[in-house]
Design a protein around this ligand. Sequence first.
Ligand code: GDP
Ligand code: MG
Length: 737
Amino acid sequence: METTVALGGNPNSGKTTLFNALTGARQHVGNYPGVTVEKKEGTYVHNGYKLHIVDLPGTYSLTAYSVEEVVARDFLVNEKPEVIINIVDASNLERNLYLTLQFLERGIPTCIALNMIDVAKSRGIEIDSKKLSTLLGVPVVPIIARTGYGKHDLMKAAAGLAMKKNKTAPLKISYGDDLDRTLLEMEKEIEKKSFLTDMYPLRWTALKYLENDELILSRGRKEYPDMAEKFEKMVEDVSVHLHETMDIYPEAMIADYRYGYISSILRQGIIHRRDDQNRLYASDKIDRILTNRFLGPLIMLLVLMGLYKFTFTYSEVPVIWFERLFGWLSDLASANLPDGLLRSLIVSGVIDGVGGVLGFVPLIMFMFFGIALLEDSGYFARVAFMMDRIFMIFGLHGSSVMPYVISGGIAGGCAVPGVMAARTLKSPRERMATLLTVPFMNCGAKLPILALMIGTFFAKERALFMFIFTLISWTGALLVAKFLRMTVIKGPPTPFVMELPPYRLPTFKGLAIHTWERTWQYIKKAGTVILGISVIIWAMMTFPRLPDSETQAYEKQREAVKTAVSSSVPRELESANKETSLSPDARNLKDRLSTVDSAEAEASLRNSVAGRIGTFLENMTQLAGFDWRTNIALVGGFAAKEVIVSTLGTAYSMGQVDPEESGSLSDTLAGSPNWRPLVALSLVIFIMFYTPCFVTVVCIAKEAGSWKWGAFSMMFNTVLAFALAVLVFQVGSLMGY
Ligand code: GDP
Ligand code: MG
């Protein structure tokens, strides 16, 4: 059997010269394009293995714009060569690799002949062919076609490639969020229809649609009119969208990303130039500052802090609006519904649940706006590029830094937008590991409980302890990521060269559209589920209700308190509103009534499913130093971490813990026999690592594409957190703390 090898490359890259050197045939050697439009064939024998060699016409691309391209494409489709030797002009690498990428995307086994290294050398350019080979995942052999230097090594590599059993998968380049989504959708359909699947990789066919490739378009129309119509509509839509948002069309975008891919490869120390100053493009000049070894990380930190500040500071006002709106709705419902279950359901279950979803909307919008700004401008790719080395150690990706920071890596973020921010990761395993570990960051909702614990038990070293807790959360997150990457999401780092697209000035309209699209996805995805779960949690903390006899007993206590004072005082209290100042007697009565209310709330909570769980778990949680009251607060913390402090307050009969009164909870804890600094430490560790709040769990499940991962993060994190807390508590106890 004979093996066909095609020689492909840009015009004037030296194909014909190499062809002559290999086959010994006399060929006309010219240096202007168009000379080799006709097909030339010859034979090369390598260790008795016969290779049939064909010189393809020179092309810059595999679209079908020129005669040469059509000839080359037809040959690749019809003759199905086993191997392509892609001749690349070493002195003009960037432009030549553009065609290389297309061969790789096309999925044909490719061997690169790095030609004209003599010319390159004379121009002061040296190329690290080994590194290039590793990054592209194909053999790269340096040659000088004119002298025949390297041709045997080249043919050895080509023959090896031809005999290799398992062919490498076609290269997948990301073309940005918009195009990637369209491509993916088309790929699914193409696979279902088996449209041209015997000829091209799925993504290739889809790409050709985006490039408006006439040949593919007409075949589509003929073979699957419905699909063709749908695809053309999709292409139309995404073109309009890109044009509106980025002022660019798909073909140009594709070219940009291909060049970005190439430039990210080339800048990893592939090309060594002796005279590099003058050749740089504007983007490269900017990069010399922004990705500078010392300045780069500094600027990055500032930018990330800026993004963080922007997200959490500027969203504060709209967040307050939303809070007001929901507060107002709550009041409205409270005022118009009779006291009882229905009111409690509407207020605590439904309005709080919907509020829980919509309350995040401003935050998410601001964050996505910031991310869109970084992404569209091209800076984000640089951040990932710089961080990649460190994060790779932990099985993550350079882009993971953003979700971590957003989730509270610096202090007080939120895991919900953090999980959403993980979308910027294109490599699936790294993305999954990021999704599952961002909840370990100290989000804003954990801060009150951290503050309470530090303020009560470590008051002398507040800043130090806050710093230590931040450090613990990062260390934990990175180590867990590493652990997950070695176990449940194991696998080699996704071979992924980051695209470094040129810097571009984003348009406001483009940013706005991108922001809204993603925000709306969040609302749609999370909204429905969260409402349902919120109602379930409400029910868990409400049912079963106290037996009537007990409720009546509390009512009697209230009556008794009221009748103990002269009758004018209760009346004063009833007619008072927030602004009126109360007489000392009325204040006193109010306090005593609220003590009864808290006692009732505590009894009712303890009696509920959540309370019973807390009590039931006490035997086990004692190992970590938690009593049943703490357990209830932790169960409540699943609804939202903010709830931990207020539930702890209720469970410790403190009634509503509002900021002015929180000192009292602190005093109670400090005075309680169940509490000491070690318990606080163990609790903080537990809270940092245990199950994410349910909104986050829903987002993880939705983003990971399966509820399995949502459930996993609940179980795994809780088990881990408990193990750590027990460890801290037991070792601490042994040491006498
Ligand atoms: P084609 O268009 O790809 O077929 O390119 P050709 O084989 O016609 O080569 C174009 C020009 O480059 C010719 O003048 C060749 O002599 C020259 N050339 C090809 N390979 C090398 C090389 O390795 N070193 C040098 N110095 N010149 C080369
Ligand atoms: Mg030629």
